[in-house]
Design a protein around this ligand. Sequence first.
Ligand code: MN
Length: 137
Amino acid sequence: MQAGVPPRSTPKRILIVEDNELNLKLLNDILEIHGYVTIVAATGAAAINLARQHHPDLILLDIQLPDISGTEVAQHLKADAETRETPIVAVTAFAMPGERTKILESGCDDYMSKPISVREFLELVERYMGGATADPL
Ligand code: MN
């Protein structure tokens, strides 16, 4: 390494919790293209384990999961000192006004409706991450 050249920053890591394979692939591909490292989980239980293990910079959380609901996952994560600082963005098809309140009360920091707009999705992610860390070339 040359003097004066700062070390390359560690890529930001995002845990994607999504049981639908196509949605998972979409979110994963968008994030990888923009320089993020992804970790994926298809169940609430896996999400909790991976969040504790990897301390991601952000969690994208589907609400309808096959085991426990995303709101239960958020409650677990926000009650656990290991994971409570990690921002959680719910990504859900639920559109009822009351659902949004319920999701935010469960501990999610933000909320995005499916189908996602790629641009709005990236803007939301970057708001929590302070920008992607891919080489700016
Ligand atoms: Mn789902």
